[in-house]
Design a protein around this ligand. Structure first.
Ligand code: NDP
Ligand code: 8X3
Length: 254
């Protein structure tokens, strides 16, 4: 039987690229996301290559997550890799200008959603044992502060620490845990962050060479397919044309 990967946020960006990468290697796919028509299109694209099961799912809904996992059909149950990728940033403005609802949406998706899926699949992953992986998509924003990062960066700091803490508890089970922390990558991420401002998204990526979804998918696949005795704890990936900058200092007017 082929290996099985469960991917959240498979309708776009890293998740969709990862689905294609795992399919290329012959893995069976469980693809989750809210946009059913996109899941169906991806299933249509990949089903000749590998078995594909799709589930329209909002990861914020713990009961729905539990039901999707409980209802996995024969051939998709013994998940070997969980890719906790569903997530988003909202409200790139300064913290004091942001709607509370946007903060809640990021926390509910990036933290609550990620733990919902992890909790539901942990027994399966532990049963799989040696070679199983939980791959959590964090961000450079979880490690490096920047203006407008407020709750988004904090949710990704959670992802990092949760990943490390999981490793402690899973010691002896064979289940690996990795926090993959990408930097600037062109997906629908900025379109979502700006609530549909395509021009703002284009501006951010124009004139540089951002990562693309396939770059991250390759790293995800690499981590999931390493020999069973290797655990990459955290993998931070930036485009060469991105780096840190000097501290900002508030100065008196001259
Ligand atoms: P995209 O916007 O292209 O993809 C985000 C995916 O998350 C979509 O498939 C979306 O599916 C899914 N998603 C969002 N909310 C929910 C929800 N409530 N329930 C289920 N699925 C949901 O962005 P990326 O591919 O760039 O983002 C993937 C991950 O990578 C995110 O966690 C993001 O924070 C992280 N990241 C992105 C970086 C970047 O620069 N692009 C850099 C570092 C990290 P749907 O809307 O159909 O539900
Ligand atoms: C997404 C990358 O730099 O916009 O997590 O935070 S960044």
């Amino acid at each position: 039987m082929s290996d099985i990967v469960f991917i959240t946020g498979a309708t776009s960006g890293f998740g969709r690229a990862a689905a294609r990468r795992f399919a290329q290697a012959g893995w069976s796919l469980v693809l989750a996301g809210r946009r059913l028509e996109r899941l169906q299109a991806l299933q249509e694209e990949l089903k000749e290559q590998v078995p594909v099961h799709i589930a329209a799912l909002d990861v914020r809904d713990a009961e729905a997550v539990r039901q999707v996992v409980a209802a996995l059909p024969e051939g998709f149950r013994q998940v070997k890799a969980l890719l906790n990728n569903a997530g988003l940033a909202l409200a790139p403005e300064a913290a004091q200008k942001v709607a509370l609802e946007d903060w809640h949406t990021m926390i509910d998706t990036n933290i609550t959603g990620l733990v919902n899926v992890t909790h539901a699949l942990l027994p399966t992953l532990i049963a799989t044992g040696q070679g199983a992986s939980i791959i959590n998509i964090g961000s450079v924003a979880g490690h490096w502060p920047y203006p407008g990062g407020h709750v988004y960066g904090a949710t990704k700091a959670f992802v990092q620490q949760f990943s490390y803490n999981l490793r402690c508890d899973l010691l002896g089970t064979g289940v690996r845990v990795t926090d993959i922390a990408p930097g600037l990558a062109e997906t629908e991420f900025t379109l979502v962050r700006t609530k549909g401002d395509q021009a703002a998204s284009d501006r951010l990526y124009r004139g540089t060479t951002p990562l693309v979804a396939e770059d991250i998918a390759e790293q995800i696949f690499h981590v999931a397919s390493l020999p069973a005795h290797i655990n990459i704890n955290r993998l931070e990936i930036m485009p060469v044309r991105q780096a840190w900058s000097a501290f900002a200092v508030d100065r008196d007017p001259q």
